[in-house]
Design a protein around this ligand. Structure first.
Ligand SMILES: Cc1cc2nc3c(=O)[nH]c(=O)nc-3n(C[C@H](O)[C@H](O)[C@H](O)COP(=O)(O)O)c2cc1C
Length: 194
């Protein structure tokens, strides 16, 4: 994909509105009901592009992305996540992005102290967040799925059975536009300025 830069890297591209990142964080929520509207391929490209741009330890980028948009395959992947009753909603998902863990090459000054995959789990979590936040900016709903039949997904998508998964993310247009209040620990309870 062609890299595009703004003249001033902190300014929005000409004609674009500045986006308040915290607003995107507040709008992002786990979507558990998707509408029938199909998701445009271009929007999925933007979501994985956000994942690709994520920062990582030693810039190792220990990830690859499988974008599932073929409706038959989407239906099959949805079935893989439905072992958990609360994940029955996956039947309404219109796409999935699966983030796989790849071998991380750390810089030599770090790799003499740490295992190559030491940062990978955190890096993959960050990439998943970027994907979900970009989905929000595209008007899409997303839900990170934690319980799924990994072996079956590997078989369906021709992924080596030993491959570690980072995330399975369900995507689609939300069936409604209700933004729920966030359930989070209070700022005061978890933040300390010194
Ligand atoms: C690693 C991970 C696994 C998750 N697994 C599931 C899941 O299997 N099913 C589900 O409905 N939500 C799942 N979620 C969504 C969380 O329940 C949700 O992010 C959390 O309750 C906060 O709500 P919010 O995303 O709406 O802000 C998962 C989230 C993460 C980060």
């Amino acid at each position: 994909m062609e890299e595009k830069y703004c003249e001033n890297s902190l300014a929005p591209a000409s004609g674009a509105e500045a986006v308040d990142f915290l607003d995107i964080c507040k709008l992002r929520q786990s979507c558990r009901s998707f509408s029938d509207r199909p998701v445009e391929h271009d929007k999925l490209v933007k979501c994985v592009e956000a994942g690709r741009l994520t920062h990582s330890g030693c810039n190792a980028q220990p990830w690859s992305f499988v974008v599932v948009e073929n409706p038959d395959l989407v239906g099959e992947i949805a079935k893989c996540g439905r072992q958990l009753k609360q994940n029955a909603f996956l039947g309404t998902a219109k796409a999935f992005i699966i983030i796989l863990e790849e071998h991380a090459v750390l810089s030599p000054v770090i790799s003499c102290f740490l295992d190559s995959q030491y940062y990978a789990k955190g890096d993959l979590g960050a990439a998943a967040a970027y994907v979900c936040l970009e989905a929000t900016t595209q008007g899409l709903g997303s839900c990170h799925i934690g319980v799924y039949d990994r072996a079956r997904i590997c078989k369906l998508l021709n992924i080596p059975a030993e491959k570690q998964f980072g995330s399975v993310i369900a995507l689609g247009y939300p069936a409604d536009d209700v933004i729920r209040a966030k359930k989070r620990k209070s700022f005061e309870d978890i933040v300390r300025f010194v």
